[in-house]
Design a protein around this ligand. Structure first.
Ligand code: SF4
Length: 286
């Protein structure tokens, strides 16, 4: 069996930074540490953080000072930050710098009165945080929705950081196909706000899917970027599998694929990736 392991695997830089900050808090023996929503979309990691005493909450309602509140890597709406300050909580902001940059872009575009169109998933916390900054923004999940929109004369397009670059390009091209609408648009600004780590992983998963008998995408079903990698791979190679832990692959190893590509979502811990690769190599656990 030959394993091809992606270069971009394990935590992305944004998640790694977030975990390092949180682990420092734990090492410093801080008490009453809460996280507003999942710090990262991976259940195994959530369990580990829980064991270290970090409590995930959906709202700030029941938290009283003295306490630390972690603002997760995909960001939170400004109202949450105001409330945390009002309650005197110690804020530990682990928002990924790429997400913060997207938030700044949206804030500026809103101030400059552009009609803001966001390609993304309305239910994702990153988008909910953005709508807290620019409530009037229109969120669309695919390019065809643009045809139904009433467009202003000044438009700006951005994307959720974990969108697929293909979807984004389809959306951008769609504008130039809508001749009647484009004639009325005076200004169209396009910001590619998909993070580079995601773009690299999407490129790599395509290569792995094309060059292997099977692809294992390690990560969680709750992680948007893991699911996207899996879907990209599955469209190219039907032998694509989303792997949460080693138990998900023992059956597939028995199928004896000769060439297996391995990649992970950006929120998949390095230790999980290492453990899975080690066990595949030793073929134990079956
Ligand atoms: S996937 Fe990109 S935007 Fe999201 S946390 Fe990682 S580096 Fe940041």
């Amino acid at each position: 069996m030959r394993l091809s392991v992606a270069k971009n695997i394990g935590f992305c830089s944004g998640v790694r930074r977030a975990i390092e900050i949180i682990e420092r808090l734990v090492q410093e023996n801080k008490k009453n540490i809460f996280c507003l929503g999942s710090v990262i979309h991976n259940e195994l990691l959530q369990q580990r953080l829980k064991q270290k005493g970090i409590i995930t909450v959906d709202s700030l309602k029941d938290i009283k000072k003295p306490a630390y509140i972690i603002l997760p890597s995909h960001g939170v709406p400004p109202t949450n930050i105001k409330e945390a300050k009002r309650k005197g909580l110690k804020i530990v902001d682990v928002t990924c710098p790429n997400v913060s940059s997207l938030q700044r872009v949206c804030k500026k575009l809103r101030q400059e009165k552009y009609q803001l169109i966001i390609l993304g998933d309305n239910n994702h916390p990153e988008i909910r945080a953005l709508l807290g900054i620019a409530a009037e923004a229109v969120v669309i999940s695919n390019a065809s929705e643009i045809e139904l929109l009433k467009l202003d004369s000044r438009i700006a397009i951005v994307s959720q950081t974990t969108q697929s670059i293909e979807n984004f390009l389809v959306l951008v091209n769609k504008f130039f196909e809508m001749r009647e609408k484009i004639e009325k648009i005076k200004e169209l600004r396009i910001f590619n706000t998909i993070c580079l780590d995601n773009i690299s992983r999407q490129k790599e998963v395509r290569e792995l899917a094309n060059n292997n008998d099977a692809v294992f995408v390690i990560g969680s079903y709750s992680s948007a970027n893991t699911k996207r990698l899996f879907n990209i791979s599955r469209m190219i190679n039907p032998n694509s599998f989303l792997i949460r832990d080693y138990h998900d692959i023992s059956d597939k190893i028995k199928l004896k694929f000769k060439k297996i590509g391995i990649i992970s979502g950006a929120s998949t811990p390095d230790w999980l990736v290492d453990e899975i690769i080690r066990k595949i190599k030793s073929k134990k656990g079956e």
